[in-house]
Design a binder for this molecule. Structure first.
Ligand SMILES: [Zn+2]
Length: 137
């Protein structure tokens, strides 16, 4: 089981939604823009009146690699593992990392369609992960 995540004020909305099985991304109503990871202000217009917007939970693999020599000792027992960059279908500018659980290393179809799943970590906090659901589209 993965190490637990500890939410802070900035990321609490993200993690609370994850515990409910929802993927939310920080949203700026002033310029109707999504940003990830969460920040105190909108990187575009500077507004600090930011909220959360629920995503469809669908995306595509933008790029990926296989980690064989992870410098983080905690993760070394899981090596090798995938590290994929997932683009959200809702907004391809929003990208998240995933280990693509259930998909073998070096067997990730290019530009594969993925959907979000939620994995429980050591302290009970759920974290979004992504699962390959189909061939490129
Ligand atoms: Zn903005």
């Amino acid at each position: 089981m993965k190490q637990g995540v500890v939410p802070d004020d900035l990321t609490r909305g993200f993690w609370e939604a994850a515990n409910e099985g929802k993927l939310v991304i920080q949203h700026c109503p002033a310029c109707n823009r999504l940003q990830h990871p969460p920040a105190p202000d909108c990187a575009d217009c500077g507004s600090d009146d930011l909220g959360w917007k629920e995503m469809s939970g669908r995306g595509h693999v933008y790029n990926y690699g296989v980690v064989h020599d992870c410098p983080v000792r905690l993760l070394q027992e899981d090596q090798p593992f995938n590290v994929a960059i997932v683009m959200l279908d809702d907004d391809p500018d929003i990208q998240m990392f995933s280990h693509l659980p259930g998909t073998a290393e070096d067997e990730v179809p290019p530009r594969a369609a993925v959907e979000v799943i939620f994995e429980e970590t050591a302290n009970g906090q759920k974290v979004p992960e992504w699962r390959v659901v189909g061939e490129p589209s």
